[in-house]
Design a protein around this ligand. Structure first.
Ligand code: FAD
Ligand code: NAD
Ligand code: ISD
Length: 450
């Protein structure tokens, strides 16, 4: 190398050094888990947090309650808007605006993507070329949407095709929805996003057809019988279900989808398309560096990864669930993000016991609202009158899942706080079920007695 080459190398090196910063704690990701982790740091360390903690987020805004995006954010009028749903509003806790992070000396690096991570050196490289080093890293990178292209489809870039993961997606969805009042929406996927967005589209007076390959909606959680109730309810609101098939292609004209073509050749007119075909945990930065499991980063009961300086929380973490005999599980639900985040911070700051997590998922659509606790494995025992429930304005019904004579999971639509508490408690203590027929007959009364 020439002298000039060496000089340039030194300049580059010193620029790099200038662009390096070190923090004791770094949270990678700025979603739900990051917000709850930050609050936990401040609660536990008070002013000592100042200057020690950095959050790096690809998103342009401070951590917010992602669930609001498919619910309050999509209301036709008076929709939820930031700053009202920053974390930790969803847990009725403190609202952490950007100012809150400033006030507590927490470095919030927004609009900054981490492009590579070096676990051995304890460094992260950002899209702006900055090197951030850490003593302890909390990975909270969440999950990304699966794209049609990953299943051999196309059309994701069309002006009226919407995904929903972040606030930029939600703004596009609102824009597109408002551009076609009274129009036709094709919803691809009958999971959480498909069902919640379909309800929001109906509220916005858009005609909805949901298409998915499965036999019934919410295939990861619902039994066929539970699904039947919700499908009937949606149908009564004007939604059409096309099940057991898929959209094979989207016809595009002037940058917009005009028609969805099904595998069997059927052509559905489309003014807009919403795609909700699943998510993948954002693990790529750590593949080959940390142990993986269940599509996520494998952690122990302290939320600590195979490298002791790294913790993983939220959607990206596969952790042992005591209630399931320590089996590692990964959940893509907000309660898990909140609790694992708090637990990781407690663990990183000192000794805590291993996490003892009761899985909890929920959804709210139309005037309906359900909660689920535990595991949907084993024999499903339905309760409540699900047929007349459809006619009721306040339906109440559900299911227990029973494994080896004990309650393993419980689902309840339309419960009161006391009833939800009772089913959660039954799952938590794995209530004995001497007679499944009695459980079906008694339903909620069975757990309320305890
Ligand atoms: P996220 O909240 O997704 O946050 C991940 C963050 O990491 C994002 O800010 C992302 O930009 C950032 N990031 C990723 N990679 C990088 C990188 N390389 N560099 C910098 N930043 C990066 N769950 C429920 O239980 N109930 C609900 O009603 C519900 N509704 C939902 C509605 C929607 C529309 C969605 C998308 C999810 C919903 N969920 C719901 C799931 C719940 O929101 C997630 O489980 C939760 O957000 C997970 O939190 P997290 O912090 O792990 O990930
Ligand atoms: P999902 O896994 O819940 O549902 C995916 C749906 O897409 C299923 O109906 C599946 O049959 C269908 N599907 C799969 N491949 C398909 C294909 N090629 N063509 C058509 N359909 C296909 O995922 P989602 O609804 O996209 O949700 C994404 C993430 O957001 C998940 O992590 C979910 O947990 C989370 N989320 C949770 C909630 C909640 O807990 N209330 C609400 C919204 C989103
Ligand atoms: O958990 C949630 C949820 O379901 C929402 O809609 O948080 C949001 C809002 O309650 C936050 O304000």
């Amino acid at each position: 190398t020439t002298r000039r080459g060496r000089q340039r190398g030194r300049e580059k090196q010193s620029k790099r050094i200038q662009m390096s910063r070190a923090f004791k704690y770094v949270i990678l990701g700025g979603g739900v888990a990051a917000g709850y982790a930050a609050l936990e740091f401040v609660r536990r360390r008070g002013d000592a947090t100042a200057g020690e903690l950095c959050i790096i987020s690809e998103e342009a805004v401070a951590p917010y309650e992602r669930p609001a995006l498919s619910k309050g954010y999509l209301l036709p009028e008076g929709g939820a808007r930031l700053p009202a749903f920053h974390t930790c509003a969803g847990a009725n806790d403190q609202l952490l605006t950007e100012d809150w992070y400033k006030e507590h000396g927490i470095e919030l690096m927004l609009g900054t993507k981490v492009v590579s991570a070096d676990v051995r050196r304890k460094t992260l490289l950002t899209s702006s070329g900055e090197v951030i080093s850490y003593t302890t890293l909390i990975v909270a990178t969440g999950a990304r949407v699966l794209k049609l292209e990953e299943f051999g489809g196309s059309g994701s870039d069309a002006e009226n095709v919407c995904y929903l993961r972040n606030i930029v997606d939600a703004d596009k969805l609102v824009r597109v929805m408002r551009s076609c009042p009274g129009g036709n929406a094709i919803v691809i996927g009958g999971g959480y996003i498909g069902m919640e967005c379909a309800a929001a589209l109906v509220a916005n007076k858009i005609k909805v057809t949901i298409v998915f390959p499965g036999k019934h909606c919410m295939g990861r959680l619902f039994t066929p019988k539970l699904a039947e109730f919700y499908e009937n309810y949606y149908t009564s609101k004007g939604v059409t279900f096309i099940k057991g098939t898929a959209v094979s292609s989207l016809e595009i004209s002037s940058g917009k989808v005009t028609t969805a073509i099904l595998r069997d050749g059927r052509r559905l007119p489309a003014d807009m398309v919403v795609v909700g075909i699943g998510a993948r945990a954002n693990t790529a930065l750590f593949e080959g560096q940390l142990a993986m499991d269940k599509g996520g980063i494998k952690v122990n009961g302290q939320m600590q990864a195979s490298d002791a300086s790294v913790y993983a929380v939220g959607d990206v973490a596969a952790f042992p669930v005591k209630l399931f005999a320590g089996e590692p599980r990964r959940f893509e639900h907000v309660d898990c993000a909140r609790r694992t985040a708090r637990h990781a911070v407690a663990a990183a700051l000192g000794a805590v016991g291993d996490i003892d997590y009761l899985p909890f998922f929920y959804s709210r659509v139309f005037a309906l609202s359900w909660r689920f606790y535990g595991d949907n494995a084993g024999e499903a025992v339905h309760f409540g009158d699900m047929d007349s429930a459809a006619a009721s304005s306040t339906p109440k019904f559900g299911a227990f899942w029973v494994i080896a004579g004990r309650v393993a999971g419980a689902f309840l639509e339309g419960g009161s706080p006391e009833e939800y508490e009772a089913i959660a408690h039954a799952v938590r203590r794995r209530a004995a079920v001497p007679d499944v027929a009695q459980l079906a007959r008694e339903g909620l009364a069975f757990v309320l007695r305890e």
